[in-house]
Write a protein that binds this ligand. Sequence first.
Ligand code: PMP
Length: 397
Amino acid sequence: LFDSVELAPRDPILGLTEQYNADTRPNKVNLGVGVYYDDNGRLPLLESVRKAELALVEAASARGYLPIEGIAGYNKGAQTLLLGKGSPLLESGRALTAQALGGTGALRIGADFLKQLLPAAKVLISNPSWENHRALFERAGFVVDTYAYYDAQTHGLDFDGMLASLKAAEPRTIVVLHACCHNPTGVDPSAEQWQQIVQVVKERQLVPFLDIAYQGFGDGVEEDASVVRLFVQNDLTVLISSSFSKSFSLYGERVGALTLVCSSKEESARVLSQLKRVIRTNYSNPPTHGGAIVSSVLNSPELYQIWTDELGAMRQRIRAMRQQLVDVLKARGISQDFSFVLKQRGMFSYSGLTPAQVERLREEFGIYAIGTGRICVAALNSKNIDYVADSIAKVIA
Ligand code: PMP
């Protein structure tokens, strides 16, 4: 049966980590990862999470099945984070949320649901995008194409190209947009540009699928939801996949959510009934533990405050690392202007390093970055920043 099965290519990012782990140099640095490390280079366990988890253990609840769409308090919390506390939508019943297995799970159940609804639609993702977007939508049966996004010359957004791509799309094309902190580039459209994007999405009758995996890492939890709220205020029917993997540092708990904003309460009930069929035939219902932790934090004013403070500290630390990287490179007399790194948002930076420079960093200095030049700024810290900046200065000199 399995004779003809071919060996699939290795995941490029995980492959890089394997190489890094095998490297015996003591000053090696892994900038290829997609996770937040603290200043000691460790994955943090947030205090808000620790407190919520202790209370859960104390309560020693039995583990029955959850409803297909997950924990009600979790879904309400996820929805409130996206739409904002006083949003009339919360009461209207037009929005529905299902707990999902991370942002990936949310994207996948959304994709499967859309395939059922729009079997012939095409999916557009940004060029470049998170590497799993294409594979995920292709697996769900869609033809995936790209819209123009990154401009390597300016290290910024190719906004004209992006609008032109969207304007050329057929009605009902599904457009995957990063609502904040674009992965992998760190380049986001401005508020004015988003207004124009929304207008084109509306005029061309495109189907917006907003992916928000880094809420809180840009300018703040509320600020980073502004794009989601803009789409909703413009009366667009929208799908939103959110992930708490990074914002709660709960990667392995698979905490995400799919939120759909429908035209009416009645429509929302019909949509949820279909989405539940997608989930039921996939994994039946989500797991309890991670969802219970996030739900406790989101629904306790005290824990919520601790969490947003902790998230703010992560955000500030990444900003400080961006600043320091730019400052040290400047101090080393590099003629190239790296100030674009300060404008980028979130955990990543398209550094502008060429594949050859990335290779030299790895070979000569034990610094691992993605071939595209993507570096994880959240993997820099006060101990490795000088070494990394010095090494970059050497490979670009
Ligand atoms: N979307 C984007 C843009 C991401 O960067 C990621 C995670 N790297 C995800 C979705 C998936 O998140 P999760 O790990 O929660 O599945």
